[in-house]
Design a binder for this molecule. Structure first.
Ligand code: FES
Length: 151
């Protein structure tokens, strides 16, 4: 074997060895790193009560909620997530119902199912008044449709 050939085979072996070590170390680091999915917080502030008009609900797209404000009843917050496969429902003031654009479920104004395929009604979330005067919604606290916050 010539000297040049010996050196090129040695260099190739050296590169291969360190490549294998690098891949192995990357696999170990990946194995030791937890697979965590970060969700947005389930309790959040949505603004001051005066920010919400009376009448048809206000849709907050980022939070996927509808905020109802009624003069004599106060505030209520409904989920905009269809209970069938999770599409975002639309509220129609003309018939005061929620309609799902995906498979046609219809929910009446209290969130209960008028017709499916949705298996159950929309969820309602607790809304409270925070110390700074803003409305605070907690999606982990499901309340009955009759729940209201009077401000
Ligand atoms: S996702 Fe709403 S009806 Fe299917």
């Amino acid at each position: 074997m010539k000297r040049r050939s010996f050196l090129s085979w040695g260099a190739a072996g050296f590169v291969t060895l360190w490549s294998a070590v690098g891949v192995s170390l990357a696999a170990v680091v990946r194995f030791l790193t937890p697979s965590v999915f970060y969700e947005p917080p389930q309790a959040f502030k949505i603004g001051n009560p005066a920010d919400f008009p009376f009448g048809p609900p206000t849709f907050l797209a980022d939070e996927k909620i509808y905020v109802f404000r009624e003069r004599d009843k106060g505030f209520a917050v409904a989920s905009a997530v269809c209970t069938h496969l999770g599409c975002t429902v639309a509220y129609f003031p003309s018939d005061q119902k929620f309609h799902c654009p995906c498979h046609g479920s219809v929910f009446v104004s209290d969130g209960s199912v008028q017709h499916g395929p949705a298996p159950r009604g929309l969820e309602w979330f607790e809304v409270t008044l925070a110390r700074d005067g803003q409305l605070n919604v907690d999606k982990e606290k499901v309340v009955p449709p009759a729940y209201r916050l009077m401000v």
